[in-house]
Design a protein around this ligand. Structure first.
Ligand SMILES: NC(=O)c1ccc[n+]([C@@H]2O[C@H](COP(=O)([O-])OP(=O)(O)OC[C@H]3O[C@@H](n4cnc5c(N)ncnc54)[C@H](OP(=O)(O)O)[C@@H]3O)[C@@H](O)[C@H]2O)c1
Length: 252
């Protein structure tokens, strides 16, 4: 049986990097997708390799015309080079952007952008991945706790993740006969660059954020990555169409 392969979008840093590392640990050859930060993506690839895994970078900015074409041209080239064919076992739609503003502040341009990156791109990435995905494959979409708990100050973001949540049940139903499972992982607040300067170097904001989860600390990328690694494992074969929250029990 050939080594399993995985595409993790937005794996240059943050949650995506941690997922890439975990999947590399489990023997998969990992395509490390990112938008523009070549240095960060190289660091992810190096981190996977340093742990004994195999990985290669795939650059494609999502939300632009031709984005999915660019991604799959680089992905298939990398898979051929590293594995000898273009078979894919795991797709993790993790790349995503924020969109601050309540309904009075939201602009059509910002709304279009967050929908393009957080919803349209994953839908068409799945469409293009289907011919490559082997039977028994796995799809995981990284959504957000913001689809369960109201966050009016990030309305466009919450709507985009709400739409993304609809992928898992519908795709799970369609792809189940091939043994392909499709699930959603919904993080609470995780300490990454996603939050810009809102947490970094601000002890009071960090303490406030750390008080939200029932387990009493800030979430880390590994807290999400370990759950994704489980969902793509053989042990999770009977879980599909589900939304699994990884928030340490925030706002229960
Ligand atoms: N952090 C949280 O608290 C949190 C909570 C709930 C859900 N999430 C979700 O978790 C996912 C990962 O978040 P994170 O915190 O790890 O984010 P992050 O630290 O900001 O990293 C984002 C990654 O996605 C890539 N990316 C961003 N925009 C892109 C685009 N237009 N095209 C292609 N790649 C793009 C970035 O590439 P470059 O490095 O090249 O820019 C980077 O590798 C997102 O979907 C986010 O919505 C995060």
């Amino acid at each position: 049986m050939p080594a399993r392969t995985a595409l993790v979008t937005g794996a240059g840093r943050g949650i995506g990097r941690a997922i890439a590392e975990r999947l590399g640990d489990r023997g998969m050859t990992v395509a490390v997708h990112y938008a523009s930060d070549d240095t960060a993506a190289k660091e992810t690839v190096a981190a996977v390799v340093a742990r004994g895994g195999r990985a290669f970078p795939v650059r494609a900015e999502l939300g632009l015309p031709g984005d999915v074409d660019t991604l799959f041209a680089a992905l298939t080239e990398g898979l051929r080079e590293h594995t000898g064919d273009t078979g894919l076992d795991v797709l993790v739609n993790n790349a995503g952007i924020g969109c601050r503003g309540d309904v009075s502040q939201l602009t059509p341009e910002a709304f279009d952008r967050v929908i393009a990156v957080n919803v349209k791109a994953p839908v068409f990435i799945v469409q293009r991945a289907l011919p490559l995905l082997r039977d028994g494959g796995r799809i995981v979409n990284v959504s957000s706790m913001a689809t369960r708990v109201a966050h009016p100050e990030i309305l466009g973001y919450a709507i985009s993740k709400g739409a993304l949540d609809m992928l898992a049940p519908n795709l799970a139903r369609q792809l189940g006969p091939r043994g392909i499972t499709v699930n959603t992982v919904s993080p609470g607040l995780i300490d990454t660059e996603f939050h810009g300067d809102r947490l970094r170097g601000r002890p009071e904001a960090r303490a406030e954020a750390a008080a939200q989860p029932a387990v009493g600390r800030l979430g880390e990328p590994a807290d999400v990555a370990d759950v994704v690694a489980f969902l793509v494992s053989a042990e999770a074969r009977w879980i599909t169409g589900e939304r699994l929250e990884t928030s340490g029990g925030a706002r229960l």
